[in-house]
Every structure is written in structure tokens, then in C-alpha cells.
Design a protein around this ligand. Structure first.
Ligand SMILES: CCCCCCCCCCCCC/C=C/C(=O)SCCNC(=O)CCNC(=O)[C@H](O)C(C)(C)COP(=O)(O)OP(=O)(O)OC[C@H]1O[C@@H](n2cnc3c(N)ncnc32)[C@H](O)[C@@H]1OP(=O)(O)O
Length: 238
């Protein structure tokens, strides 16, 4: 499947809207990670970026089936591809908003939290770090991402060491998500685009946005910066 089939890209006003397509659970493997990265790279000229998804999943995390079948030497492309995508998002010269239109589990949850803002569907979908239930250790930059994006220790414990499946309302109450949106997938996307448009209207200097973001999340940036497509890095290592 070509990358353009994995993600759809459109402009809505000043907003670059990326949609992970299909009714599946959008498992993150090198092909989908590359497709999302290409879609992010196509945001030149936009004032803000939104990442959304079709169906009942935003993303259900890494593609474990791919890991089981791929030669071991390729496993690093999953980690490298994810780090590169997070680096691209942190280095982007425009505000970013995740439209969590459905379940966001494990690496899918981490991907949502790698955005500046997160709006989430109120009636469907969990924010869920399933690793403790699935018997999967998390790596350092995941821990950093959660530590920096989930500042409340109790919320971090509930997410990582209790495996809570948080609804949007719960995630808003815990300070992890910015807004719970009533209605369907398109209502969540519309709310995310509206927020992105408000941020784009501020007309910020893109380099300042990117440098402030790196300064605000320094430990995550330090663990991903050599993987992304930003000025400091060579071509993505996918
Ligand atoms: C991993 C190998 C990688 C190796 C190489 C790379 C290394 C790189 C670094 C590694 C880092 C490791 C960390 C990351 C690891 C991963 O990502 S591994 C992949 C992990 N992924 C998972 O474990 C998947 C987890 N997902 C699930 O368990 C489920 O899919 C789900 C999210 C819990 C959803 O389950 P599902 O049964 O599909 O749910 P639904 O049917 O939609 O809903 C269940 C019921 O709940 C109701 N409901 C849904 N949303 C809401 C809501 N918001 N409010 C209220 N109720 C809700 C829904 O209606 C259902 O109700 P019933 O119909 O009555 O049952």
C-alpha cells in the first residue's frame, strides 16, 4: 500500500490536516510511520497542523504483528521511525494539535501526546498505556514523553502502572487532554481544526515556535533530535 493510501492530507484554511485512513486500528509500523512523516513534511506554508484518524482508532500502538514477522535487524526501524516522527513534530515551525478521534493506545497514545494540544472524542475512545497489561517494557524516551506530558505523578501512575483506560473526560480532568468533544469523528476533527486555526491566526515566527517547544520538552528532544528530518539531522533513518 502506498504511503498516500495510508494518510490523507488536506488544507482547511491555514490548517494542514492529516488523516490516518482506513477502518483498522492504525498500528504504527515503518510504512505508516513513513507515511505520516511524509504528510507532516508536506505542511510547508501552513499555519498549524492537525493529525486525525478515520474509524474507531486514532492508533492502537506499534504493529506487533510486523515485529513478529520482520527480520530482527529491521526492528530498529520501528523505534527509529517513531523517534523521527516525534522529532519532526517537535521541530515543526507551526503549532500542532492531535484530534484523538478514537482509541489511542501505547505508542498511539504517545503519538497523541507528542502534539502541542490534544482534543479527544468524548463518547468513544480511550487514552491507554497498555504496556503494563501487554507485558511490554517502555523505552527511555517514552518514559520522558509521558513524564513531561503527564506532569501529575498520580495520573502518570494510573496511566503507566495501573493501565487505566481513560475516557476523554477523565483525561481532561487529569490535565492530560485539553478538551473532550461531543459528537462523532468529524466533530472532533472540526474542533481540532478550529483550535489550530486560532493558533495559526497568531502569526508566530516559526523558528521561535520550534525552539521554544524544544526548550519546553528538552529531555524528549534530546532523545529524538538525531532521528528527525530537522536541520540538524540527515535524511530520516527509516
Ligand atoms: C512493540 C514492539 C516494538 C519493538 C521495536 C520498536 C521498539 C520501539 C520502542 C518500544 C516502545 C514500547 C512502548 C510501545 C509499545 C506498543 O505500542 S506495542 C502495541 C501495544 N498496543 C496494544 O496493546 C493494544 C491495546 N489496545 C487494546 O487493548 C484495545 O484495542 C482497546 C484500546 C482497549 C480497545 O478495545 P476494543 O475492545 O476495541 O474497545 P471498544 O469495543 O471500542 O470499546 C470497549 C467498550 O468500551 C466502550 N467505550 C469505548 N470508548 C468509550 C468511552 N470513551 N466512554 C465510554 N465507553 C466507551 C465501548 O462502547 C465498548 O462497550 P461495549 O460495546 O459495551 O463492550
Amino acid at each position: 500500500m502506498e504511503s498516500k493510501d495510508l494518510c490523507a492530507v488536506e488544507r482547511r484554511g491555514r490548517v494542514h490536516l492529516i488523516t490516518i485512513t482506513g477502518a483498522g486500528d492504525h498500528r504504527l509500523n515503518p510504512a505508516l510511520l513513513a507515511a505520516i512523516r511524509s504528510a507532516v513534511a508536506a505542511s510547508d506554508g501552513a499555519g498549524a497542523l492537525v493529525l486525525a484518524a478515520e474509524g474507531k482508532y486514532f492508533s492502537n500502538g506499534f504493529d506487533q504483528a510486523w515485529v513478529r514477522t520482520a527480520p530482527p535487524h529491521l526492528h530498529a526501524t520501528m523505534d527509529g521511525g517513531f523517534r523521527a516522527l516525534v522529532a519532526d513534530l517537535l521541530a515543526l515551525p507551526v503549532p500542532t494539535v492531535a484530534a484523538v478521534t478514537g482509541h489511542a493506545a501505547a505508542a498511539g497514545c504517545a503519538l497523541a501526546l507528542a502534539h502541542d494540544a490534544v482534543v479527544m472524542r468524548g463518547s468513544r475512545g480511550f487514552l491507554y498505556m497498555s504496556e503494563v497489561d501487554a507485558g511490554i517494557k517502555i523505552v527511555d524516551f517514552f518514559a520522558e514523553l509521558i513524564r513531561e506530558k503527564v506532569p501529575d505523578a498520580a495520573a502518570r501512575r494510573d496511566l503507566l502502572l495501573r493501565g487505566d483506560k481513560m475516557t476523554a473526560a477523565e483525561a481532561v480532568r487529569r490535565g492530560i487532554v485539553d478538551a473532550a468533544v461531543d459528537g462523532g469523528v468529524e466533530d472532533v476533527v472540526a474542533a481540532a481544526v478550529a483550535e489550530a486555526e486560532r493558533l495559526a491566526a497568531r502569526g508566530w515566527d516559526g523558528e521561535v515556535v520550534a525552539e521554544i517547544r524544544k526548550a519546553v520538552w528538552p529531555k524528549v528532544w534530546s532523545k529524538v533530535k538525531d532521528h528527525g528530518a530537522g536541520p540538524a539531522a540527515a535524511r530520516p533513518r527509516l
